[in-house]
Design a binder for this molecule. Structure first.
Ligand code: ATP
Ligand code: MG
Length: 563
C-alpha cells in the first residue's frame, strides 16, 4: 500500500474532545472519526487493527471448540419480555417500533436470541455441550459515552454462549474459555489481570473480568501481592478486624447541634469515626432502606443492590422523607427495612442518629437495640484491608475491562423455557455460560499500554502494517531500492506501507512514529553504498543493513515475534 493512496488522515493538532491518550492517538493517526457521541467510523487503518484482533480471537475460540455464527442486531421485544429484561434493563436498552407498531430493541447482548435459537433446535443431552460465538455490533445507550471507542454506544463485541447438560460440563467450558481469553490477550502482548467480578444485570454465579492494567482505566481492582486473589472493587471483599472498643457508655441522647456528617460527629464528640454507625437511606423499586455501616467505611452500592435484590437503587439525600436528615438512625425507626454491614454487627456498641433533629444516640448495641432484616457485606473494600484468602494487605490498581466471562446457570433457559431431555428422560433447563470481549475497547486498551510521546507503538500482532518504507529524496536510485524492498516484503506476506510522498523527511518520520508501525526502513543517502536503515519503533534502536539482507532481516525479526 502506498502512503499517498492510503486514506489515513493524520492530525497534527491534539483533538480537543479527546480525554484519554488512546482516543487522542486513534483520532490523530486517522484510525477513527466520530459521527455522534459514542458512535464512530473506523477508517482503513483502524479497521485493519480490528481485523487483526478479530483473527486472533477467531483462532483461539475455534481452538477452544466454539463455533461462529451471526445473530441480528434487531431483537423482538417479546423475547426480552420472556426473559424479564424488557422491564429490568434501564435506558441503556435502545427500544424502537417498526412500521406496524411492533416493539423491538437493538441488542446490547444476545442471551435472549441465542436461547430462543437453541430452544427450537436442541432437544437432547446428546446434542450438548455446544458453544457459539459471534463478532457483531452491540448497541448500548451509555449514560456517559466517553474515551472514544472505549465506552461507545455502538461497538463491536465478541460474544459467546455455551449450553450444557451439567454443571461440570459448564465448569469445563468456562475453564477452556478462561484459557482461550488468556491466549488472546497474551497474543496481543497486553499486560492484564484476571479478577473476580460482579455479574451485574446479566446475572449468574461465577464471573471473571480481564482487566488491562492502565492508569486511565475506569475500573478499580483490588489484588493481593502475596496470593492469587484479585477482584473488581465492585465485588472485592476483605478480612477486617473490628478493633476492641472502650467500655460501653450509657445509652443516651447527645445534643449535637447541626452535626450532620460522620466526620463532624467524630470531631465534635472526640471519638474515632469507627465508633459511630453511618446510616444511609436508599430507595429501590421494592421499598425504602436504611443501610448501616461503620462510620469509617464507605458503601459499595453494587453489593448493596445485590443484597437487596433490587435492579436500581438511589440514595436519598433530600428532605423528601420528612425525617431529620443527618440525624436518622436504626433505633425505634419505622418504615425502613434495615440492612447492616457485617462489621457493624461486630461492634460492641456505636453512636447513631437519634431520629430527632440535632440529636445522636450513644451506647447503641447492634442486634439488641435494633435488629436488621438483612446482614451482608455491603462495604467498599479499601487498599490496605486484609486479603480474604490470606489476610495480607490488599493493593489497588486501575484497569480497563476488555473481557468478561460468566457462569449464567439456568437464568435465561428457565425464564424462556428452553429445555432439553436429560439422560434420565427428564426435562431440564439448559445450563449456560456467556463470554464477552470488547473488540474496539481492546484496541484502545492496547494503545493505552503501548505509546510514547511520538505516537502509537503497536505490538507486532496487532500492527495494521508491520513495516513502513520511507524513501527520502526523489532520485530513481532511491525509488528503485525502496520499491524493491516494498515488493519483496509483500512477497513474503509482510504487510508494508511505502511512503514515497513528496514530503519533508521530518513529516514522514513523524507520521511513521504516530502510526506506530513496528519497523521503519529508511531508504536515503546510504542507498548509494547499498545500505538502508532499519529502526525498531518500540526500542528506538537503529541498524544499518545491507540492501540485499533486508528481507531476511525482517523475516528473522518476524520469527522472533512468534509469527
Ligand atoms: P462496563 O462495566 O465497562 O460497562 P459491562 O460489564 O457492561 O462493561 P459486558 O456486558 O460484560 O460489559 O460486555 C462484554 C465486554 O464488552 C466488556 O468486557 C467490554 O470489553 C465491552 N464493552 C461493554 N460496554 C462497552 C462499551 N460501551 N463500549 C465498548 N465496549 C464495551
Ligand atoms: Mg456496561
Amino acid at each position: 500500500m502506498l502512503m499517498k493512496e492510503f486514506f489515513c488522515p493524520t492530525l497534527r493538532e491534539l483533538p480537543a474532545e479527546a480525554e484519554v491518550i488512546s482516543q487522542q492517538l486513534m483520532l490523530r493517526a486517522g484510525m477513527i472519526r466520530k459521527v455522534a457521541a459514542g458512535i464512530y467510523s473506523y477508517l482503513p487503518l483502524g479497521y485493519r487493527v480490528m481485523k487483526k484482533l478479530e483473527t486472533i480471537i477467531r483462532e483461539e475460540l475455534d481452538k477452544a471448540g466454539a463455533q461462529e455464527l451471526l445473530m441480528p442486531v434487531l431483537h423482538p421485544a417479546e423475547l426480552w419480555k420472556e426473559s424479564g429484561r424488557w422491564a429490568e434493563y434501564g435506558p441503556e436498552l435502545v427500544r424502537l417500533k417498526d412500521r406496524k407498531e411492533r416493539e423491538f430493541c437493538l441488542g446490547p447482548t444476545h442471551e435472549e436470541i441465542i436461547t430462543f435459537l437453541v430452544r427450537h433446535e436442541l432437544k437432547s443431552y446428546k446434542d450438548l455441550p455446544l458453544n457459539f460465538y459471534q463478532i457483531q455490533t452491540k448497541m448500548r445507550d451509555e449514560i456517559r459515552p466517553r474515551f472514544g471507542v472505549m465506552r461507545a454506544r455502538e461497538f463491536t463485541m465478541k460474544d459467546a454462549y455455551s449450553f450444557h447438560a451439567s454443571r461440570e460440563s459448564l465448569d469445563e467450558c468456562y475453564e477452556k474459555m478462561y484459557h482461550a481469553y488468556c491466549n488472546i490477550f497474551n497474543r496481543c502482548d497486553l499486560d492484564y489481570r484476571v479478577v473476580e467480578a460482579d455479574t451485574g444485570p446479566i446475572g449468574g454465579s461465577d464471573s471473571h473480568e480481564f482487566m488491562v492494567t492502565a492508569d486511565t482505566g475506569e475500573d478499580q481492582v483490588l489484588y493481593c501481592g502475596d496470593c492469587e486473589y484479585a477482584a473488581n472493587i465492585e465485588k472485592a471483599s476483605a478480612r477486617v478486624k473490628v478493633k476492641e472498643m472502650p467500655v460501653k457508655p450509657k445509652k443516651e441522647m447527645l445534643y449535637t447541634p447541626d452535626i450532620k456528617t460522620i466526620a463532624q460527629l467524630a470531631e465534635y464528640l472526640s471519638v474515632p469515626e469507627e465508633h459511630t454507625i453511618k446510616t444511609l437511606i436508599y430507595r429501590g423499586e421494592k421499598g425504602e432502606y436504611m443501610a448501616l455501616l461503620r462510620g469509617n467505611d464507605q458503601i459499595n452500592e453494587v453489593k448493596l443492590k445485590n443484597a437487596l435484590q433490587e435492579n436500581e437503587i438511589e440514595m436519598v439525600v433530600d428532605d423528601s422523607l420528612e425525617r431529620p436528615m443527618g440525624f436518622v438512625g436504626p433505633v425505634d425507626q419505622k418504615g425502613f427495612k434495615i440492612i447492616s454491614d457485617n462489621l457493624v454487627m461486630k461492634m460492641d456498641w456505636g453512636i447513631t442518629g437519634a431520629n430527632e433533629k440535632d440529636y445522636h444516640l450513644t451506647g447503641v448495641i447492634p442486634g439488641q437495640d435494633f435488629k436488621p432484616q438483612i446482614i451482608a457485606d455491603i462495604r467498599l473494600t479499601q487498599s490496605g484491608d486484609g486479603c480474604p484468602h490470606c489476610s495480607n494487605p490488599l493493593r489497588t490498581a486501575r484497569g480497563i475491562e476488555v473481557g468478561h466471562i460468566f457462569k449464567l446457570g439456568t437464568k435465561y433457559s428457565q425464564a424462556m423455557k428452553a429445555f432439553f431431555i436429560d439422560a434420565d428422560g427428564k426435562e431440564r433447563p439448559f445450563i449456560m455460560g456467556c463470554y464477552g470481549i470488547g473488540v474496539g475497547r481492546t484496541v484502545a486498551a492496547a494503545i493505552e499500554q503501548n505509546h510514547d510521546d511520538m505516537g502509537i507503538v503497536w505490538p507486532w500482532p496487532l500492527a495494521p502494517f508491520q513495516v513502513i518504507v520511507l524513501s527520502l529524496g526523489a532520485s530513481d536510485e532511491i525509488n528503485n531500492v525502496a520499491e524493491n524492498i516494498y515488493k519483496e516484503l509483500w512477497n513474503i506476506d509482510v504487510e508494508t506501507l511505502w511512503d514515497n510522498r513528496k514530503e519533508r523527511p521530518g513529516v514522514k518520520f513523524n507520521d511513521a512514529d504516530l502510526l506506530g508501525i513496528p519497523l521503519r526502513i529508511t531508504v536515503g543517502k546510504f542507498a548509494k553504498e547499498g545500505k538502508i536503515e532499519i529502526k525498531e519503533r518500540a526500542s528506538g534502536k537503529t541498524e544499518i543493513v545491507n540492501i540485499h539482507q533486508v528481507v531476511q532481516w525482517v523475516n528473522q525479526f518476524r520469527k522472533r515475534k512468534g509469527e
